[in-house]
Design a protein around this ligand. Structure first.
Ligand SMILES: C[S@@+](CC[C@H](N)C(=O)[O-])C[C@H]1O[C@@H](n2cnc3c(N)ncnc32)[C@H](O)[C@@H]1O
Length: 338
């Protein structure tokens, strides 16, 4: 039984228990839960009971289960159901500290693995652009993991996110490498100059900006985020199902391991499921890239599910490497360029 369910079984009826969402986030000293609309009237008892189960939480906040996400800033309505009336906190991740305001700027601790995964790919001397930087987490982690990066231009359109990004850059002592920029990434991109790597962590809309990225003559690595729908998984909103993860591993080239576990036929079926999940995001990205530049060579370095965001709905990332005529050795990666 999940911690949330255990904490509330004495407080809620059986019918109400059915409406509980098991997953939660601990962001600094704020416990963030999702609340079904039918449980709103019980929010005070729920808040008190959760405080007993999570004694370190100074604030307990709830977002409505079917609530709307602000289209551009990616923020959500939020209700304090216990504790201090504040939404600012300090969160620690991968040796960095991030001051965040979970009501007014996007932040998710669920991206911790993804942020580190991308940071580890950055090489010495690269100029990186983080187009949708939020409070600056990807950019700051990159600066820490790869201290010899040339610069990381870190853009966000939300003034509150920009404010926290500036503060986080100072708090983590990376002012010499991370350049915060307030603005629309599409406009800013044109003025930066030579860029080697671009992060596009805005799954719902990254495709709208991909052509502008491909136009940049020196870009050789793109971390492209998109939304994917699966017919393979169980569709549990709180976690990517094992079957989907298996399929994705196969799609990422781990056929051998899957073969050992379940035999060739099963591995083949899983492989198809894995490719299925990425087919639409891959097709969409490739058609945009090709429409912009027919001559660029493109290679998929890695693709993975970042997280589950709804029944059979996932955020995925495809790491593209690009190679153009005239690029010097090492600028494009080795791989099967098409
Ligand atoms: C999913 S969040 C980014 C998460 C962030 N990379 C992190 O690790 O926490 C997307 C961000 O993109 C920003 N955004 C949306 N449209 C934008 C645009 N056209 N230009 C720049 N930033 C934009 C939003 O304000 C939001 O902070």
């Amino acid at each position: 039984m999940s911690l949330i369910k255990r904490a509330l079984r004495e407080v809620l009826t059986d019918e109400e228990m059915q409406k509980l969402v098991r997953s939660y986030d601990m962001i600094g000293d704020v416990l963030l839960v999702k609340l079904h609309p039918d449980l709103r009237k019980r929010k005070s008892e729920i808040g008190h009971a959760l405080k007993k189960a999570f004694p370190h939480a100074r604030v307990i906040a709830a977002v409505p289960l079917f609530g709307r996400t602000h289209d551009t800033f990616r923020t959500r309505d939020l209700d304090i159901i216990f504790g201090e009336e504040r939404t600012e906190t300090i969160h620690k991740e991968s040796g960095c500290v991030f001051k965040v305001d979970i009501r007014n700027a996007f932040f998710s601790p669920r991206l911790a693995y993804e942020r580190m995964r991308v940071a580890r790919k950055v090489r010495e001397g690269e100029t990186v652009v983080n187009m949708f930087a939020g409070v600056g987490c990807f950019s700051i982690i990159i600066a820490k993991v790869q201290p010899n990066v040339r610069k990381i231009y870190s853009i966000d359109i939300n003034p509150v996110a920009y404010h926290y990004m500036c503060e986080n850059i100072r708090l983590n002592n990376v002012e010499d490498r991370v350049v915060p920029i307030l603005g629309d990434a599409r406009d800013v991109l044109k003025d930066i100059g030579e860029i080697s790597r671009v992060l596009m962590p805005l799954p719902d809309k990254a495709h709208e900006f991909l052509a502008d990225v491909v136009k940049l003559p020196d870009v050789n690595a793109i971390h492209y985020y998109d939304v994917a729908f699966s017919s393979v998984g169980r569709g549990a909103p709180d976690g990517v199902s094992d079957r989907v993860q298996d399929a994705v591993k196969c799609a990422s080239g781990l056929m051998e391991a899957a073969g050992k576990v379940g035999g060739e036929e099963r591995a083949d079926r899983r492989k198809k499921g894995g490719y299925e999940l990425f087919r639409e995001p891959y097709k969409r990205a490739m058609s945009i890239i090709r429409a912009e530049d027919m001559s660029v060579s493109v290679c998929v370095e890695e693709m993975r599910v970042v997280r589950s965001v709804g029944p059979r709905k996932y955020h995925v990332v495809i790491d593209f490497r690009l190679k153009r005529e005239g690029m010097i050795e090492g600028e494009g990666d080795e791989g099967d360029f098409a």
